[in-house]
Design a protein around this ligand. Structure first.
Ligand code: PEP
Ligand code: MG
Length: 580
């Protein structure tokens, strides 16, 4: 068996620690018949498992309340209510009295309930299917005595490497940052939402490590090198020593970079850039404000929703947005309206679609569900009183969508005025350029918007027709494809011609080679993960715009493939940095 497993680096860092294997899936339940005289003991075993599951849920709720807030923690109340449901418990007991073992009886009843909920005409019940599955897994794991299944068990300071198939939002909510030192998932790619979440949590992560949970047993010591995307199983003493030395060197480099964090982002030929931070959860606001970022270029608001039992109320959202705006003390904070759909889904309650990335998502859903959208818009308009808040619409393909959104924004303002609540009416409104349609026709937006922000994660996906989250397609997801670069050049030129700021807030803004390309293509604003701010600034300060422009033009002239573009850019960047 190989000892180095390879995946996709998703959030930088290097950590040595024990594996915490989390199989968050309904386990196989063997058929087991008990003797009639054993049913009382079996029912007692069932009750003990339910009691233990309830205890764990209470622990999780308390923790989530402290870290994420009461609203997020409410998801665990729903699950506690399910476990306390007399009808459910009695149905399981009845099967046990018919000599079916507790785990099988519980499995049968839960499957029945899930089907009943999924088919229900009541949306509230359909939304609960995910919670039923969580409860199903939790109790079965206890009844079957499966090892190591709950992140709640990881002791503080363990520095454990959480290995799981996928990091779902409710799992994210359960993570104890004091116990978990790194994340490995079998699913996901560098731009999928598991990667974005890991970066927000500041935890080293490797995703797309396909056979991790088959190869690992749980408990063994491993080296997670999330800079390279590797996981070393059964490392030697020498490998561990070396990894620790490299981790120290990384830390020293981070400290060195911190010195550049607050320097202006100006190229050697005197061109100024704006480097802002992406903020994915409001709790990150304060640390992001210290990263050297000149504001927030993208605050994702989906994480207020995914994994939640209910859509957040206006007041809760207002507090979240205000927190970010205040942390940045008057600097611009661009908040994106809900980008729900695709791979960012609330718990249940969302239509199943054959092609979710081409489906009813983002601005499309918001415009169709105006009451939900207006709650968010009102919260934003109120928070705007506290600083320089700007609103950004995702996945726009036509200017009609902007106009409709503006109408709803005005209505939201009037509703606040009627309530006598203070708000700011003149909030700038911008759009994300994430589709070839928006890029090619970006001149059609210029009169209706205040800024453009290129969402390169999606722009690459839609231009190349490559699902950004599909690990089997990861090598085909090539941001340096000439088609992508030409679209970005077009958007930057249109922005410049109409005096509209054009930024990039996808992952292309974080990697040195793609930053070099973006600068050459005419982009002057970047928004990146807070941890990436210093390195991006250092790169900007080390090159000239002229060199970047020449490099990208040469690459586009002489190359027909992403690989060729990459080779030209790499060579030119080395020269520009004086390394060649
Ligand atoms: C993007 O698509 O580049 C982007 C920033 O948005 P998200 O990653 O949230 O889809
Ligand atoms: Mg996007």
């Amino acid at each position: 068996m190989e000892s180095v497993l390879r995946g996709i680096p998703a959030s930088a860092g290097l950590v040595v620690g024990p594996v915490h294997l989390l199989r968050w899936e309904v386990p196989e339940v063997p058929q087991r018949i008990i003797a009639p005289g054993e049913s009382d003991a079996e029912i007692a075993r069932l009750h003990a498992a339910i009691a233990r599951a309830q205890e764990r849920l209470v622990t999780l709720r308390t923790r989530a309340e402290a870290t994420a807030g009461a609203e997020e923690a409410a998801i665990f109340d729903v699950q506690l209510t399910m476990l306390g449901d007399a009808e459910l418990v009695q149905a399981v007991e009845k099967l046990v009295r018919q000599t079916i073992a507790a785990e099988k009886a519980f499995d049968i009843v839960m499957l029945e309930w899930q089907q009943r909920f999924a088919r229900s005409a009541v949306p509230m019940l359909r939304e609960r299917v995910g919670d039923l599955t969580d409860v199903h897994i939790r109790v079965l794991s206890l009844l079957l005595d499966l090892p190591d299944h709950d992140p709640v068990d990881v002791p503080k300071g363990a520095n454990a490497i959480l290995v799981t198939h996928d990091l779902t939002p409710s799992l994210t909510l359960q993570l104890d940052r004091d116990a978990i030192g790194g994340i490995v998932t079998e699913a996901g790619t560098a731009t999928s939402h598991v990667a974005i979440l890991a970066r927000s949590l500041g935890l080293p992560a490797v995703v797309g490590l396909r056979r991790a949970s088959q190869v690992l047993k749980g408990g063994e010591l491993v080296i997670l090198d999330a800079n390279e995307g590797t996981l070393t199983v059964r490392p030697t003493e020498a490998e561990i020593r070396d990894a620790r030395l490299r981790a120290e060197a990384d830390q020293a480099r981070d400290e060195e970079l911190r010195e550049v964090a607050h320097a202006p982002a100006i190229t050697l030929d005197g061109q100024s850039f704006v480097v802002r931070a992406n903020v994915d959860i409001p709790e990150d606001a304060e640390s992001a404000a210290l990263s050297g970022a000149e504001g927030v270029g993208l605050m994702r608001t989906e994480f207020l929703v995914v994994g939640r039992a209910h859509m957040p109320e206006e007041e809760e959202q207002y507090r979240a947005y205000r927190r970010v705006v205040e942390a940045f003390r008057g600097r611009p904070v661009i908040i994106r309206t809900y980008d729900i759909g695709g791979d960012k889904l609330p718990v249940g309650g969302y239509p199943h679609e054959a092609n979710p990335f081409l489906g009813w998502r983002a601005i499309r859903m918001c415009l169709d569900e105006a009451p939900i959208f207006k709650v968010q818009l009102r919260a934003m308009l109120r928070a705007a009183v506290h600083g320089d808040l700007r609103i950004m619409l995702p996945l726009v393909v036509t200017v009609d969508e902007v106009r409709e959104a503006r109408t709803l924004l005005e209505e939201a303002g009037r509703e606040l005025a009627e309530r006598g609540v203070s708000y700011r009416a003149d909030v700038p409104l911008g759009v994300m350029v994430e589709t070839p349609a928006a890029a090619v026709a970006c001149d059609t937006f210029v009169r209706d918007v205040d800024f453009l922000s290129i969402g390169s994660n999606d722009l690459v996906q839609y231009t190349l027709a490559v699902d950004r989250g599909n690990v089997n397609l990861a090598p085909r997801y090539t941001p340096l494809h000439p088609a992508v670069l030409r679209l970005i050049r077009e958007v930057a030129a249109t922005g410049a011609a109409h005096d509209l700021p054009v930024g990039v807030c996808g992952e292309m803004g974080s990697q040195p080679l793609t930053v070099f390309a973006l600068i050459g293509l005419g982009v002057r604003q970047l928004s990146v993960a807070p941890r990436a701010v210093p390195a991006v600034k250092r790169l900007i300060r080390s090159i000239t715009v002229a060199a970047a422009r020449d490099a990208v033009e040469a690459a586009l002239r002489s190359s027909g493939t992403a690989r060729e573009v990459e080779l030209v850019l790499r060579r030119r960047l080395r020269v520009a940095l004086g390394e060649a």
